[in-house]
Design a protein around this ligand. Structure first.
Ligand SMILES: [Zn+2]
Length: 129
């Protein structure tokens, strides 16, 4: 299963059928995961400016799409993982689903941050484009 095949509603229905009491948390994770990422055309291809063994090896750099020296760095590997709850009788599927939801929510949040940074940069430094 890849991310595109992930059926969040099926997971939520299965959780409801088992009577989980953490549905508020799951719902919040679903909403975060469903938040639409910005259009890919706005976000340039990322660069990895440091080698993996470097202290900043996890940094992902997004350069100005118009080629000026501006860039926006993200370091997703340095973020603390988000929290999620599992029922007392959780299964491997529950764990996998919770991890996938949390990762998707963080990925979407990163894309939103990058899009905002680029949008602000374009408005400030390239207002005519
Ligand atoms: Zn620029």
């Amino acid at each position: 299963m890849n991310d595109d095949d992930f059926d969040i509603e099926a997971v939520a229905q299965a959780a409801r059928a088992r009577g989980y009491d953490h549905m508020d948390v799951l719902r919040a994770q679903q909403e975060a995961a469903k938040a639409p990422p910005p259009p890919p055309t706005v976000i340039p291809e990322p660069e990895f400016p440091y080698p993996p063994q470097h202290a900043l090896g996890g940094v992902v750099r997004f350069r100005c799409p118009f080629g000026c020296p501006w860039y926006h760095d993200e370091n997703p590997g340095a973020e603390a993982p988000g929290r999620f709850m599992l029922p007392a009788d959780f299964t491997q599927e529950d764990v996998t689903s919770a991890i996938s939801l949390e990762a998707e929510a963080r990925r979407n949040a990163l894309l939103v941050r990058v899009e905002r940074a680029i949008t602000v940069h374009l408005a400030v430094d390239h207002p005519d484009r």
